[in-house]
Design a protein around this ligand. Sequence first.
Ligand code: COA
Length: 260
Amino acid sequence: MKLDNVMVEVKGGTAVVTVNRPDKLNALNRATLEDLSRAMGEAAADPAVRTVILTGAGEKAFVAGADIGEIAGLDAQSGREFALFGQGVFRAIELFPKPVIAAVNGFALGGGCELAMACHMRIASENAQFGQPEVNLGIMPGYGGTQRLPRLVGKGRALELLLSGDRVDAKRACEMGLVNAVVPQAELLATALGMAARMGAKAPLAVRHCIEAVNTGSEMPVEEGCYLEASLFGLCCTSEDMREGTRAFIEKRKPEFKGC
Ligand code: COA
């Protein structure tokens, strides 16, 4: 697949999806969001892809935000549509049926921070910086930032970032729970690939149902979430991979999962 603003390279079972507008610090214009959506759709449909890593081209930025040039011309109607479109692309990433790891290699600001938060996990390089600077532009986050940030770091810390527009470095982001781990930039992709490979070796249906249970269940009262969990657990028990996984344990060998 040839896309203008996003590169996709499959390494082993991992699709490395790279937002590729380095001269604009990988800012997300409409065309880039469309390319990202297409790339993720292909990765979801490809059975050879078990995991996805999302990153930005170059060494300076993951994604420096939505494209401010495009924002400048919005009115009430087009602004709403702009936000809904980006939210849709990000929601599909959050609900993606395979693990999605953000490898945050630099600035993750505005829509970039929101994109990282829509991924299932985040690994940051030491030079990464996170923030929601929209208030500096007279706007607010529109791609889910006001919703995902408090869920990740708590309401008080989220409001501090949202209302000040301040940036935090990778170490602070890790302390806040915004990222899972911080590594030197030279080790970022290898670390993300290692994490992806470990998850990619697990039973794909079980992994998929874990993502579903966390995404859907965390918005429910705990009893309903547990009920959902029990149903998904039951579904796992109908899979060939469940027979294989439990049999392999008993036979003291490595399981060979097929994803069915
Ligand atoms: N939208 C559109 N273009 C962007 C952009 C964005 N969000 N972020 C960076 N760019 C462009 C710059 O306009 C510049 O383009 P140019 O060379 O054609 O002038 C290029 O990317 C490099 O950015 P520059 O500002 O020169 O780099 P810097 O190292 O001095 O500063 C940042 C880096 C990230 C601090 C700065 O670019 C910035 O503040 N960007 C906007 C962040 C933001 O507000 N994001 C939320 C948007 S809703």
